[in-house]
Write a protein that binds this ligand. Structure first.
Ligand code: NDP
Length: 470
């Protein structure tokens, strides 16, 4: 069955760009193939003088990725959308250009800014409120601003044009399945909530270690680094979901209020040489592939000291979490690919004398993409009944049939901002990391090195300095 979207036109600005071709169009294709984008028209726009056929070819090629999951209705819908889509050449920063296009499209329109961030900002600044038809959604990509101040200013520009719940700040890391999997685990299991606090949890680690290196993205990445690219956005959002208070519903207002309350209580505290670490990879090899030294990569300015691995210890100063370190780490070119949150419980207060073997703290591991759950427990045997051994209970969590960008777009097209980052939260995420950026800029924290394809700098596998306490 085909479901109709609330939005009638999806306007993608940046039609020729990387995000559009590699992520947005394949994400949309999944929705279309599954009959979840009925009644939607697709329009592309960009500064290139593309012919209509060039754009249609791009859409058709990207849509081919979804044919394998489509039934015959789905294939027809994909073909119809690819054939009917149109392309407009325009400079979105020119006075009146975007406004004129908006006025001519069937509304409500979702405007996807798949543009360099400064171009998106300029495009919004030249728009006037009376040029934006009622019901228009504005979809903004990351990075949302580059500081608390710039995020605030961009927020002010946007709410001048549309209400806050019509602004979608995309965080594709937060797929709907992942969000709901964490909430389901936390709030549908009575035994977890009573121990989900400082009395029983020693620390929480949220790790996103990639085996990918720079992959030709120096232009963006060398100006960003791991802290801005991953921690400021994605990992703080995951942290908030793990730490939030039980919401009464999973409606966007309830949930985003709860996320916002966690982030307002969060800070990375000085001295930063104790609460943070940073490193950059040198030459090495990953799965037989030679990886050059980051500093020698084309487009990299080594003097910037851009980190490819960042780790911070976040304190959440509220009743539930005071004193529990939340360690957020993300890095590139690591030998061991790891995407998970690890919740480590405190040791038992007293292990009856007479037991031998392992007595390690319980750990709950939530894996991301694919979403999994693992609970490490100590049990007796096998073999000697007095000997404790480690057992792991494993489960696979719900996997979405949509790609992450399919989930993002579905929220936009159906008017559900649940997965979108709210304006105040976007500002708070910058507020949390800004003191660290300043400290690293002063070189207060040494930039360590690690071999590409290795485990990271010596000593990083262990819990960071003083992480067991604040
Ligand atoms: P690209 O540089 O590949 O594409 C940018 C697009 O913007 C091009 O199509 C370009 O067209 C168009 N453009 C630039 N200036 C104008 C203008 N004045 N008027 C109209 N069109 C214009 O960037 P990406 O696709 O990589 O990134 C887009 C956004 O998505 C960025 O905010 C990025 O941070 C974010 N993002 C990207 C990811 C990725 O993997 N690529 C992942 C997550 C977020 P032309 O070439 O004709 O100028």
């Amino acid at each position: 069955m085909t479901s109709q979207t609330t939005v009638k036109t999806l306007l993608i600005l940046g039609a020729s760009g990387d995000l559009t071709g590699r992520l947005l169009l394949p994400g949309l294709a999944r929705l279309v193939a599954r009959g979840r984008a009925g009644g939607l028209a697709l329009v592309g726009a960009g500064s290139d003088p593309w012919t209509p056929d060039q754009w249609r070819t791009r859409v058709t090629e990207a849509f081919a990725t979804a044919e394998a999951v489509a039934d015959s209705d789905g294939r027809t819908a994909l073909k119809d959308m690819a054939e009917s889509t149109v392309y407009h050449q325009l400079d979105v920063t020119a006075d009146g250009a975007l406004a004129e296009l908006l006025g001519n499209l069937a509304g409500p329109v979702a405007v996807y800014f798949a543009l360099p961030p400064h171009v998106s900002q300029k495009a919004c600044e030249v728009l006037q409120p009376d040029q934006v038809p009622a019901g228009t959604r504005l979809v903004m990509e990351k990075p949302f601003g580059s500081s608390t101040e710039s995020a605030r200013s961009l927020n002010q520009t946007l709410v001048r044009l549309v209400p806050e719940d019509h602004v979608y700040r995309v965080d594709h890391f937060l797929g709907k399945a992942t969000v709901l999997n964490i909430l389901g685990l936390r709030f549908a299991n009575n035994f977890l909530e009573p121990v989900w606090n400082r009395d029983h949890i020693e620390r929480v680690e949220i790790i996103f270690d990639e085996d990918l290196a720079l992959e030709g993205r120096a232009r963006y990445y060398d100006g960003a680094g791991a802290l801005r690219d991953m921690v400021q956005s994605h990992l703080l959002q995951i942290m908030a979901l793990i730490a939030l208070e039980p919401p009464a519903t999973i409606h966007e207002r309830e949930l985003r209020d709860a996320v916002s309350a966690v982030l307002r209580a969060s800070a990375i505290k000085a001295p930063y040489a104790k609460s943070t670490r940073r490193a950059r990879y040198t030459a090495g090899s990953i799965a037989g592939r030679t990886v050059p030294d980051y500093a020698a990569e084309e487009g990299v300015d080594p003097a910037r000291n851009t980190e490819t691995l960042a780790e911070v210890r976040v304190a959440i100063d509220n009743w539930r979490w005071k004193g529990v370190p939340f360690i957020l780490r993300s890095g590139k070119a690591l030998g061991n690919k790891r995407k998970e949150a690890v919740i480590t419980f405190r040791p038992v207060p007293h292990l009856p004398l007479g037991f031998s073997g392992v007595d390690s703290p319980n750990q709950l591991r939530i894996g991301f993409g694919p979403d999994t759950l693992q609970l490490d427990m100590d049990v007796n045997g096998p073999g000697d009944i007095f000997t404790l051994d480690r057992a792991t209970l494993k489960a696979e969590l719900n996997a979405s049939e949509l790609l992450p960008y399919g989930e993002v777009l579905e929220g936009v097209l159906n008017g559900d901002p649940l997965l979108s980052v709210r304006g105040d939260t976007a500002e708070d995420c910058w507020r949390i990391i800004e003191p660290v950026l300043r400290s690293w800029g002063r070189d207060d924290v040494p930039l360590e090195e690690y071999d590409a394809g290795g485990p990271g700098p010596a000593g990083w596998l262990a819990v960071p300095n003083g992480a067991a306490g604040e």
